[in-house]
Design a protein. Structure first.
Length: 267
C-alpha cells in the first residue's frame, strides 16, 4: 500500500509499504519511483519492503527548491524510519538511491548495505553525468517541442546507441517525464552537492555490503561499482545482465540478484 507522511519541513512524501516481516528499505533511482523497485522485487513471503518516493519523484511533493539536496533527501529517510518506529535490517538503493543509502549509513545503525548500479563516486568525479548536463542546457534554451530532437542530434547521445542503449531510453524518458521540471531542479541540486561520505568512513563500515554493477552502462559505470566495493571491507560484487540486454532480461537478472541477497531475511 501507499502511505503519506509529512517531513519536518512540511513536505508531503509518499512511501510504499509492502509485505510483513523484517523491514528492508530500498530506494529507487533518479527520475523513477517506488514502481521501479516493485518491478524487480522477488516474491518474498516475510519481508516488509519500504520504498520512499524521493521528494520531487513519484507521488512525493518537491518541497522548497532552495532546500533540495542529497542532505535533505537523506533526512527524509531518517524521519521515515522514525515514523515507522522500526529499524531496517538492510538498506539499499539504485543509482541516486544508492547515494542516499551510502549517506544514510553514516547516520543510522545498520548491518547491511545494498548498492545497486551506483552513479555517484566519492572522489567528486561526475564525468558520467555529461548527458544530464546537456539535458539541462536543452531544457533551459529550447521549447519543449524541440527537447527530444535536439538531444538525439548530439554526439554524446548518439554514441550510446552501441555502447549503452538502455541509457538512451533513460534520457528519452526523462524528457517525456510528467515531472521533468522538478527533475531539472534536482539535476541542478546534484551539480551543487557531491557525496559527503569519506573513504575513511567507508573503510570503517563493518557490516555486510552487496554492490551490484552492470557493464555497458555509461551512467552507472561498472568500474565505479568495483571501486566502491574495493573500499568496503566486507563487500561482495554481483554483476547483472549488461546494458545490451532486453528489458525482460534485465529485470529478471535484477530479481534473481535481489533474491540471492535478501532471501536469508525471508524466514
Amino acid at each position: 500500500m501507499l502511505v503519506n507522511f509529512r517531513a519536518s519541513d512540511n513536505t508531503q512524501l509518499t512511501y510504499l509499504d509492502h509485505g510483513q516481516g523484517p523491514v528492508v528499505i530500498f530506494q529507487h533511482g533518479f527520475g523513477m519511483d517506488h514502481q521501479q523497485v516493485v518491478d524487480t522485487w522477488p516474491d518474498f513471503r516475510n519481508i516488509r519492503l519500504i520504498c520512499l518516493d524521493t521528494r520531487g519523484h513519484g507521488l512525493s511533493e518537491l518541497g522548497r527548491k532552495s532546500s533540495l539536496s542529497l542532505t535533505r533527501a537523506v533526512s527524509d529517510l531518517v524521519e521515515l524510519i522514525d515514523h515507522l518506529g522500526e529499524s531496517p535490517v538492510a538498506i539499499g538503493g539504485t543509482s541516486l538511491g544508492a547515494a542516499l543509502i551510502m549517506q544514510l549509513s553514516t547516520q543510522i545503525a545498520t548491518s547491511h548495505l545494498v548498492l545497486s548500479r551506483p552513479a555517484f563516486g566519492i572522489n567528486g568525479d561526475t564525468h558520467n553525468f555529461g548527458v544530464f548536463r546537456i539535458l539541462q542546457r536543452i531544457v533551459h534554451e529550447r521549447p519543449r517541442s524541440e527537447w527530444l530532437q535536439t538531444l538525439e542530434q548530439t554526439t554524446e547521445f548518439k554514441v550510446l546507441a552501441t555502447s549503452a542503449p538502455r541509457n538512451q531510453e533513460t534520457y528519452r524518458r526523462l524528457l517525456n517525464h510528467p515531472r521533468a521540471e522538478d527533475l531539472m531542479d534536482w539535476m541542478r541540486a546534484l551539480d551543487r552537492e557531491a557525496l559527503s561520505i569519506e573513504i575513511s568512513e567507508i573503510r570503517q563500515y563493518q557490516g555486510r555490503v552487496d554492490v551490484i554493477g552492470q557493464s555497458h552502462d555509461a551512467l552507472h559505470p561498472l568500474q565505479l561499482a568495483l571501486d566502491l566495493a574495493s573500499y568496503y571491507p566486507n563487500a561482495r560484487v554481483h554483476q547483472i545482465a549488461s546494458g545490451l540486454a532486453s528489458d525482460d532480461e534485465y529485470q529478471e537478472s535484477v530479481r534473481r540478484t535481489f533474491y540471492q541477497i535478501f532471501a536469508h531475511y525471508d524466514y
